[in-house]
Design a protein around this ligand. Structure first.
Ligand code: ADP
Ligand code: MG
Length: 326
């Protein structure tokens, strides 16, 4: 089982940023309003994620670190319309098999929290511990027992950069949640929670004041599809690849067909072949999109890809053309 988990870890856990992603997504699935991330040495030495979500009952702690134990879907039908970020039940066991791992959690009605340590996949015993309602996961010495993978980790700055990039992309999708990150004991960033992307300045916080000032607001629905967010006006000259954010039903994804549709809409109104910059949220019935394509879940498969391409292209092309006319 440890070996199976380590093999799965090869697909789920590439670097500290992928661990942070899985842990923070679990926190969000648990209804957290605030998530604190602490890293040491780019996350290679320590990743600690603490949330104020619903917590895990003590008897379910061993299950949470067991393979394919998910509390989020109960049947194949649920997989047709996944509403949570997680659903495969393999992140925690995978991470725990390649690190020194500690899970501490408390539900609102428990007298105290319980802690479960896992080292190299071996479960320890449940111990009582002081902790407010919610969950803390500590991941130390990532890949300490898999030298072949540890070798591929990059410099502290690089690994930290990947975490910060991912967190920015999450902050765009979840302005309702407070997100904090600290590195080597120093606070790095705080995204204030409780707001909406459209009102409270999170667009400035994430993509910068200049992007926010000129961006064109998009919100269009048709045929059960909705595309909302922002796209940079053609005159915006500071676009870069890290200003291209696409979310499908709230999940950050990369999709060639949709990025192509955006580029094409841009190309129609642009003369210089500039990169588009955008934050776009595509919403559609969950049964029209398959999120179970890749273990890391940053790819999806659409049931009606042609229609979507057309919808995105037409929506943006129309909006961009208006800026030129006006
Ligand atoms: P998945 O998210 O796909 O269900 P994971 O391996 O990421 O699988 O997590 C296993 C289970 O542990 C989850 O289904 C959930 O029940 C529980 N869990 C993990 N992290 C948290 C958390 N921060 N708060 C509450 N429950 C959690
Ligand atoms: Mg998960």
């Amino acid at each position: 089982e440890t070996l199976a988990n380590q093999i799965a870890a090869g697909e789920v856990v590439e670097r500290p940023a992928s661990v942070v992603k899985e842990l923070v997504e679990n926190a969000l699935d648990a209804g957290a309003g605030r998530v604190d991330i602490e890293l040491e040495e780019g996350g290679v030495r320590l990743i600690r994620v603490r949330d104020d979500g619903g917590g895990i009952p003590p008897d379910e702690l061993p299950l949470a670190v067991s393979r394919h134990a998910t509390s989020k879907i109960a049947s194949l039908d649920d997989l047709e319309a996944v509403a949570t970020l997680g659903f495969r039940g393999e992140a925690l066991p995978s991470i725990a098999s390649v690190s020194r791992f500690l899970l501490v959690s408390r539900t609102a009605d428990a007298a105290h929290a319980s802690a479960l340590a896992v080292e190299g996949g071996q479960l320890g015993t449940l111990e009582p511990k002081a902790h407010p309602t919610g969950t803390t996961v500590e991941v130390r010495d990532l890949f300490y027992n898999v030298p072949a993978r540890r070798k591929f980790l990059r410099a502290e700055r690089t690994e930290l950069g990947h975490v910060e990039d991912w967190l920015r992309s999450l902050a765009l999708a979840r302005p309702d949640v407070e997100l904090r990150i600290a590195h080597n004991g120093k606070p790095l960033r705080r995204y204030r929670g409780g707001g909406s992307l459209f009102e409270d300045g999170r667009l400035e916080e994430t993509l910068g004041a200049e992007f926010a000032r000129q961006a064109l607001r998009i919100d269009h629905s048709a045929a059960g599809l909705r595309l909302s967010g922002w796209i940079a006006r053609p005159a915006y000259s500071r676009a870069s690849a890290d200003q291209q954010h696409l979310y499908v039903n709230g999940r950050a994804v990369r999709d060639r067909s949709i990025s192509h549709a955006v580029k094409q809409a841009y190309a129609d109104v642009m003369y210089h072949g500039r990169q588009p910059a955008y934050v776009l949220f595509l919403e559609l019935d969950p049964t029209r999109v398959d999120v179970n394509v890749h273990p890391a879940k940053h790819e999806v498969r659409f049931r009606d890809g042609r229609l979507l391409h057309e919808f995105v292209y037409r929506t943006l092309q129309g909006a961009l053309a208006e800026t030129r006319a006006g």
